[in-house]
Design a binder for this molecule. Structure first.
Ligand SMILES: [Zn+2]
Length: 409
């Protein structure tokens, strides 16, 4: 964790020879920065504090010139991450609502910042709470969240919840009003620390019940009608379309929505193939975000138009009753994989660098984990996928029988 109050600034020298002095913390969203001003020439230097993504790539931004450097002093081009730092030079001047909820009073706190422009990042930052709580820290835990993530906070374990009333897309920008409101709150405390908020919160399994209040699928106590559930998304980047160039071309032309019917037909075909094998032994469902099309009656439609605390909780219940969930790689797979018995993530071409980042594992046994959480190429043909699902669902017990034995010599 990083100490924010009292702040311990590192001594840095400006090009003009003057010394930089600390002039405050800037809260952009996924960037939390120290704002430094040269005492001699007044030039500004903004350093991202090494938390969240900045643990992996820490940048320095000079707003006057627009230059961004990495820790080696090399110039960094504009990318998905540096762009948010650049936004500080183009602040959005508007009032941002910050709701402060005090659950327990503390003089010394540890802040977990989960603000981000992508849902999946925010969720992973939030799951850092597991390690923070486990540490038994004497500090009061303060979580900064967006409204949609609030329901996931284990309220008994935290001191305060600061809710920023902005949607995810807003965090492509910098709001000075929000930044100064957060800084004003820090005045109430003697010492303030900022959690590292790791991008992948821990290598241990996440106890998802602690966050959602819903127990994951239990193979020793299966529901009468276990589910096989497709996780639906409609955003053009993550459609179940095998040809990546077709997908990208349509997205670039702004007509990605024209491919949604193809995903719709693929889902129906997949479930028809599975129904041919398993009949009524399973509940075939679609869950997630979206509205396109009307599925045949043998497919239950649990999709929602928008995510709210209530709708997400309802969906987690569906996942927890699913023997297997399948969906396109991405943040939409985090909660499904954490609750379902087994999961298949369909990895699009060009996304392999993000391997396993969307899967929350529940297994302690590595062999079982390899069986139950699979990452396969999205461009597999549908009959291959049917075979994989069918073998996972019907072969799990026999697979376990092979390696869970008495170890007798
Ligand atoms: Zn200077």
């Amino acid at each position: 964790m990083i100490q924010l109050k009292p702040y311990k600034s590192v001594s840095l020298t400006c090009r003009c020879g003057g010394g930089f002095s600390f002039s405050g913390i800037l809260w952009q969203g996924l960037h939390v920065c120290e704002n430094l001003v040269c005492e001699k020439c007044q030039s500004v230097r903004i350093n991202s504090i090494p938390v969240n993504q900045s643990i992996l790539e820490q940048y320095t931004f000079y707003p006057e010139s627009g230059i961004i450097n990495d820790t080696e002093g090399n110039s960094v081009a504009e990318n998905w991450y540096s762009a948010k730092l650049i936004s500080i030079a183009k602040p959005v001047i508007q009032v941002v609502e910050l709701d402060i909820e005090v659950l327990k009073k503390y003089d010394d706190i540890l802040i977990l910042n989960t603000l981000d422009y992508i849902y999946g990042h925010s969720l992973l930052f939030l799951l850092n709470l597991q390690n923070i709580i486990k540490s038994g820290t004497r500090l009061g835990i303060v979580v900064i969240v967006q409204p949609m993530m609030k329901w996931l906070i284990p309220r008994d374990e935290v001191a305060e919840i600061w809710t920023v009333n902005l949607g995810f897309q807003s965090f492509k920008n910098f709001y000075p009003d929000l930044s100064s409101k957060i800084n004003s709150e820090l005045d109430r405390f003697n010492t303030v620390f900022l959690s590292k908020g790791h991008v992948i919160p821990t290598n241990e399994n996440i106890d998802i019940y602690r966050f959602t209040g819903i127990k994951p699928y239990d193979f020793s106590n299966e529901p009468a009608l276990p589910g096989i559930t497709f996780i639906w998304r409609e955003d053009p980047d993550r459609l179940w379309i095998r040809n990546i160039y077709l997908l990208k071309g349509f997205k670039k032309s702004g007509i990605g929505f024209l491919l949604i019917p193809f995903q719709f037909l693929r889902v129906i075909l997949l479930f028809r193939l599975l129904k041919n094998i398993f009949g009524t032994k399973y509940a075939y469902s679609v869950a997630g975000l979206g509205v396109f099309g009307r599925f045949p009656s043998f497919i239950k439609d649990h999709r929602v138009k928008s995510f709210t605390g209530d709708s997400e909780k309802m969906l987690c219940k569906i996942y927890s009753e699913s023997s297997l969930v399948i969906g396109v790689h991405g943040s939409g797979m985090l909660l499904p994989s954490a609750h379902a018995g087994m999961a298949i993530s369909l990895m699009p071409s060009k996304r392999w660098a993000n391997y396993a980042e969307d899967i929350l594992f529940t297994e302690h046994d590595v062999r079982l984990a390899a069986f139950q959480r699979r990452i396969v190429p999205l461009n597999l043909c549908i009959s291959d996928l049917r075979d994989i699902i069918a073998d996972m669902v019907s072969g799990r017990t026999y697979f376990i029988k092979k390696f869970k034995h008495s170890e007798e010599l």
